[in-house]
Every structure is written in C-alpha cells, then in structure tokens.
Design a protein around this ligand. Structure first.
Ligand SMILES: *Cc1c(COP(=O)(O)O)cnc(C)c1O
Length: 389
C-alpha cells in the first residue's frame, strides 16, 4: 500500500512514545502488567469517569459492553446508519436484532426526535430495544441529555460509541464522564484522536459493570475469592464463571496510549484550529460545512463537507477520483450500515433511512490530523477549489 501524500487521517508518534514502548518491552510485563492500569486511570481521570476497562480494540469494547448490558438472543439493539459497521455488529455478536434510527441532517448524528417517535411505536408493538448505541459522529456528541431521558423512560441501556470523541466535551463535561451513557466506548485506531495501534476502552461509573467487563475481557475468569463458589482455595486458584474472551490490551499498547495522553489536549486543540481554518478557507465553495450544536465541543476526528452537487458539474465519484489523483487521501464516512450486503440480507433496503442515504450521496471527508500543516491544508483547499470549478 502506498500512502497518500496527504491522507485523511494519520497518527502522531514522537520519541517519548517510542521510549515508553521500549521501556515496557524490556520490563517483566508485556501484558497483564501495571501499564494497563496506569493508562486506564489516566483516561478515567481525564474523562471524570469512575472506571475504565482497556481492551484490544473498540469493536471488542462494544461487544462486551453489550453483553454487560444484558443483550442477548431475541433482544434488540438500535443505532445510527451513519457509523462504522462495528456499532451495529456488536448487537449481532450477541444474537440480537439490529435496527437503525435515521440521522439529523445538521449534526449527522442519530436523531433523538426520531428515536423518541420510534420508541413510542415500539412500546405499542412490544418491540422496545434493550440497547441503543449513540455514536458521536466526527467527534460531536449526540443529544445525550434527551437520549438519557428516553433511556430512563423506555428502560434501555444507553451506550455511547465515542470512538471519534476522545477529548470532546458535552454540556461542559468531558465525553465519557458517564452522566448520560451507562458506558462510553473509545477507539485508539491510528486514525482516531490518540492511538495504541489497536486498542479500545470502556468507561463507566457503575462498579458492577466495570467488574463484569474486566471478567469478560479475560475469558470470564476471576481470581477474586469473593466471587468464587468455594472461597478458600490457594492464591494460585481461579474460576471461570461465564464465557468470556481474550480481549485484553497488552502493556506495550497501553504504554503507547499512556504516552499519547500527554498530548491529547494538544491534538484536539490543533484539530479544532484546523477545523476553524477549513471553515474560513472553504467559504464560497459549493460545499456545505459541518455544523456543531451549541453545548457540544467536538474532538474533530473528521471534517466532513457535503458537496452541493446541483452547483457542481462533476459527480461525487468524479470529485473523489480527482482528489485522489491529486494525492489527497479523501474518504467517505460512512456508507450507511443498512446498505451493506450483510444487513441487506437481513431485510434492510435502499430508502429505509433517507437522510443517511442522502448525506452519503454528498459526503466528503477532508484530511484532518494534528500534523497537517497550514500549507498542506491550503493546498487541499486549492485543489478542491480547482476541481469544483
Ligand atoms: C473506529 C470505530 C470503531 C471500531 O474501532 P476499532 O478500535 O477499530 O475496533 C467503532 N465505531 C466507530 C464509530 C469507529 O469509528
């Protein structure tokens, strides 16, 4: 794979990251060691959360969060179609039925009003969801306050997929603080805000959920005598209490994440600066700029514009091809999940979620990452200006 001259996202790795990983590499613990807990504590503190459970990626985090929420065969999970497939697949791993709620065309997030309407219908038909996964698309929180009220009213577990939103805040508090969602998921994939190469985390304020998540990430095994049926075994003893997984993060990955935490605020600050710069530079082009709702401070994982195709002679495909030919790794977030062949085979079809589909037919993610220079950003805008004509 040849990288694009200017990709849409890229990690920032410096000498302190390299030193941190090297230090763990020659320590007694490559995995199941103390660096995991240090990384968990650092992120929990940053987010004002009580508990944090690190896992091997955010997909695994979503999976065990659903199990901890009690999701099983015959239950229902609802999420947004405008997300990465993992936000929906976690329901399928549990044997649950997955359904979607269309997006708000302004925020591009799951529309809380449509959610309220769908819940009311579901109550009448006896088909309420057990879990709703609210995705903070591009780094901007959903209307979490309203969703938390709905969770209370209709008795579902609200899980926030904040894979894009490490370092974001909502109504004056950090995303992950647990004021609205029962559990918040972060991803540390290299294109996200901070990276561990592969990695994820679940944050929660509920001790019983944290304990369950820890057990699920490590085979369903406990070493805690208090949880065993016969407590007075030796120190070497453990018991498997349920079917779990090996979803652990290694200490090498945690060392990288912990080291990156030192630059989290700087990463988000630079992303915000670049987003504001795009807003200025793109004014006058045939694109609709992203809009952030009052109260939500985005982490700006993505800068997504909508092409005003009625003012452009090229098609969306032609604009993409021209940008990529110019060395820009532009991308599209997201192909609506319900249109993936796997979900179409489950009965979903084109037309089911028209706002997400309309958005998809116009969307374009421009390069955005902390190391993107002002000059590079100027170049991106000039190339786009030329292509849009
Ligand atoms: C990246 C991403 C995931 C999956 O994260 P991994 O760490 O790669 O498993 C899940 N949901 C959303 C919204 C994402 O962007």
């Amino acid at each position: 794979m040849t990288p694009y001259r200017i990709p849409y996202g890229r990690q920032n790795i410096d000498q302190s990251d390299i030193d941190a990983v090297m230090q763990v590499l020659t320590s007694p613990w490559l995995t199941q060691g103390p660096t995991i807990e240090r990384f968990e504590k650092a992120l929990a503190d940053h987010c004002e959360a009580e508990h944090a459970v690190a896992v091997c990626n955010a997909t695994a985090a979503l999976h065990i969060a659903c199990i901890a929420a009690g999701l099983g065969a015959g239950d229902r999970l609802w999420t947004t179609p405008n997300t990465f497939v993992a936000s929906a697949n976690c329901g399928r791993y549990c044997g649950a039925e997955v359904d979607f709620v269309d997006i708000d065309p302004q925020t591009l997030n799951l529309d809380a009003r449509l959610l309220a309407e769908k819940l009311e219908v579901a109550r009448r038909t006896g088909k309420l969801p057990k879990v709703v996964v609210a995705v903070a698309f591009s780094g901007q929180s959903c209307d979490m306050r309203m969703m938390a009220q709905l969770a209370e009213q209709y008795d579902f577990t609200l899980i926030e997929d904040a894979s894009h939103a490490v370092g974001a805040s909502y109504l004056g508090r950090p995303v992950g603080c647990g004021q609205y969602a029962a559990m918040t998921i972060f991803s540390f994939h290299p294109v996200k805000i901070i990276t561990t190469a592969e990695g994820g985390m679940v944050l929660t304020n509920r001790a019983e959920l944290a304990e369950r998540l820890r057990r699920l990430r490590s085979h369903g095994i406990t070493g805690d005598p208090a949880q065993m049926d016969v407590p007075d075994h030796g120190l070497w003893y453990y018991q498997q209490l349920e079917l779990g997984f090996n979803y652990r993060m290694t200490d090498l990955h945690a060392a990288l994440g912990l080291s990156q935490m030192a630059r989290l605020d700087a990463f988000v600050a630079r992303r915000r600066q670049l987003a504001a710069r795009y807003d200025r530079l793109l004014a006058g082009l045939a694109v609709t700029l992203p809009s952030v709702q009052p109260g939500a401070e985005s982490a700006w994982h993505l800068y997504v514009v909508r092409l005003q195709l009625e003012h452009i002679t090229l098609s969306q495909r032609e604009v993409f091809d021209a940008l990529r030919d110019a060395g820009l790794g532009v991308n599209l977030h997201y192909i609506p999940v319900h249109l993936q062949p796997y979900y179409q085979a489950l009965g979903f079809k084109e037309g089911d979620f028209p706002e997400a589909e309309r958005y998809f037919s116009q969307a374009l993610s421009l390069p955005l990452y902390p190391d993107l220079t002002d000059d590079q950003q100027d170049e991106v805008v000039e190339i786009l200006r030329r292509i849009l004509g």
